[in-house]
Design a protein. Structure first.
Length: 618
């Protein structure tokens, strides 16, 4: 029987088979079983006693080269065991690696989850950081704003404390139950006047009383010193809802009583200059009543009381040509956007009647009734109605512009001979305006103002007549005109220079050839160039006004130059000195045999010098 060869898998192949796992492991076991069974069958198929055909040395060689079946099986089993062990070892390693891989996967998943959580946490922290940054920025802004507000509060508190301290230690007003009372506008004055022609009028100039050139008074000069123009002013203001309430009182000592004189103690009485109350509404309407400047007087801010601008003169009669009254009035004004103002007022009236050879068959008024508290030495007209003034003011950007109209109502009672008496009345009035504004970088201001009408002479500073009478006793109004120009120069804060020229005019109004009326050319003017002298010895009395010189005033013209110099102007008030020169000329209407002068009538010229030393309360 031939030798059966047995193929034995090497350990490496067995390992590779083992690695296949699953079906290959089963096939390997089956193959091993078949090989083992084949080997046993071949061994037992040979006879038991049969000699071996092979030579001895061949047998040894074969025995030497081929192990026994048992050995092969044992070796194969041993190899299989080793392979099984290796397979088990590899399986164990694979399981361990799978476990490690699962652990790694779990760890990776956990790490990924942790990373996501960390990223989410980081995002939250980033958002929180952004929110915190915004909060910090807002907090810093709030802190900065609080610091600014705190600084403002501190500044306000300091200012309030300083204001309170000033009000307590250096009060410029009195505070009483919500009312502020201020003496602003008050001053003490020491003033003098010198005239080359005596008027006998003191500091106040009677313009229509300027003596004619050849009158006795014109041959003498006069000097006066007084403190009577000193002024006390009190202004009370308070807020009540939508109204600003104001009360104002202003007084001086330019009034006279029956016993006033200069003999030893200059005894003059207090005079009311202004005394009024006002309610100014927030919507622009203002209501004012009392004694005040007429609405015809020029103002510098709208139509507001207290902003009246007066000539800068020392003379309390101001300047010829200046249009004004200071009397009772009830005024209503309207402010439109602080650009345009409208106003109207009803004011106390007083007719000035003048002329030559006036009839006596009429009644226009009377001297004051003591029981009515009027001056028994002054004349008062019987007024038909108050005079009415309507006015508009505009401030377009340059200057202050005004336009106004006046209506006046006159009456008298006429007693014609042989007829029943009757009341005669007439209406007069006029139109006026003004403009004032700065030029040359506001160091110079220029102004002009005027009024033209019938029966408006009373409103000029010269107080020329309003009316005269017809021969039958009826009223005849005079054409009147007043105008004033002004230039004011302020070279610095201390010095102010002013130059004014103005005049008042009354036209002729005469009837027939007997000289009746006002300014009649038939009036005897032959004695105007002759100084009147006493007719008898010295004891017969002083000389009178020139005889045969009865002309009426045609016009009064005045040129004025003056200055104010402030020695001090600060929280303690103001101390100033004023010096003024005025040349005033009064002209009469010409008549029969009048003087040979350019106007054809008599005239009087006066040169006047004024000084003023004033202290104004702060």
């Amino acid at each position: 029987m031939g030798t059966e060869s047995l193929y034995v898998c090497s350990p490496k192949e067995t390992f590779n088979l083992e690695r296949t796992r699953g079906p290959m492991n089963r096939n390997l076991k089956a193959l091993a079983g078949i090989v083992l069974a084949s080997a046993v069958t071949v061994a037992y198929a040979q006879p038991a006693g049969a000699p071996a055909p092979l030579q001895k040395h061949h047998t040894r060689r074969i025995e030497k080269q081929r192990p026994s079946i048992e050995q092969q099986i044992e070796e194969l089993q041993e190899q299989m065991n080793q392979q099984r062990e290796e397979i088990n070892s590899l399986r164990q390693q694979l399981d361990e690696r799978n476990a490690e891989l699962k652990q790694a996967q779990a760890t990776a998943e956990q790490s990924q989850t942790a990373a996501q959580q960390a990223q989410s946490a980081a995002d939250r922290q980033k958002q929180q950081l952004s929110d915190q940054t915004q909060a910090v920025t807002a907090l810093q802004s709030a802190v900065a704003q609080m610091k600014q507000q705190n600084q403002q509060v501190v500044t306000t508190v300091k200012q309030t404390q300083a204001k309170i301290s000033t009000m307590v230690e250096h009060p410029d007003a009195i505070h009483y139950k919500g009312i502020t009372i201020s003496p602003a506008g008050s001053f003490l004055a020491a003033e003098t006047d010198y005239r080359t022609a005596a008027t006998g009028g003191g500091l106040n100039t009677a313009f229509t009383g300027i003596p004619l050139d050849h009158s006795p008074a014109a041959q003498l000069s006069e000097f006066n010193g007084t403190g009577r123009q000193s002024r006390i002013a009190l202004k009370a203001t308070g807020k009540a809802g939508d109204m600003q309430l104001t009360g104002y009182y202003e007084m001086d000592w330019l009034g006279t009583g029956i016993t006033s004189n200069n003999n030893q103690s200059n005894s003059y009485v207090v005079r009311v200059r202004q005394l009024w109350g006002q309610a100014a509404l927030d919507n622009g309407w203002t209501f004012t009543g009392g004694q005040m400047w007429s609405l015809t007087a020029e103002t510098t801010q709208g139509l507001n009381n207290g902003t009246e601008i007066l000539p800068a003169t020392i003379d309390p009669q101001y300047e010829a040509g200046y249009v004004w009254n200071r009397q009772y009035g009830f005024r209503i004004t309207r402010d439109i956007h602080n650009k345009v103002w409208f106003g109207a007022s009803a004011e106390n009236d007083q007719m000035l009647l003048a002329g030559n050879d006036l009839p006596k068959n009429e009644l226009v008024g009377s001297t004051g009734n003591g029981g009515g508290l009027y001056n028994p030495t002054a004349n008062y007209s019987f007024n038909l109605a108050p005079e009415i003034v309507a006015k508009m003011a505009v401030q377009p950007g340059w200057g202050h512009w005004e336009l106004f109209g006046v209506a006046r109502f006159f009456q008298d009672r006429v007693y014609p001979t042989g007829q029943s008496p009757y009341n005669d009345s007439t209406v007069g009035g006029g139109i006026g305006g003004s403009v004032r504004g700065p030029v040359f970088t506001k160091k110079i201001s220029v102004a002009i103002k005027g009024l033209y009408g019938d029966g408006t002479g009373r409103m000029g500073s010269s107080t020329i007549a309003d009316a005269t009478l017809r021969p039958d006793g009826q009223l005849a109004l005079l054409h009147t005109f007043s105008a004033l120009s002004d230039v004011t120069i302020n070279p610095n804060k201390r010095l102010s220079l002013y130059f004014d020229y103005g005049g008042d005019y009354a036209g002729r109004r005469y009837f027939g050839t007997s000289g009746e009326g006002y300014g009649s050319p038939y009036t005897d003017m032959s004695g105007c160039n002759t100084e009147s002298v006493p007719a008898g010895p010295y004891a017969s009395g002083p000389p009178a006004a020139p005889a045969h010189c009865g002309g009426n005033t045609k016009d009064v013209q005045e040129f004025t130059a003056g200055d104010w110099y402030n020695f001090y102007n600060g929280p303690k008030g103001m101390l100033r000195f004023g010096l003024q020169y005025s040349r005033i000329e009064r002209n009469l209407w010409s008549g029969i045999g009048g003087p040979n002068n350019p106007d054809g009538g008599a005239r009087g010229i006066d040169n006047m010098f004024f000084t003023s030393f004033r202290y104004y309360l702060p």
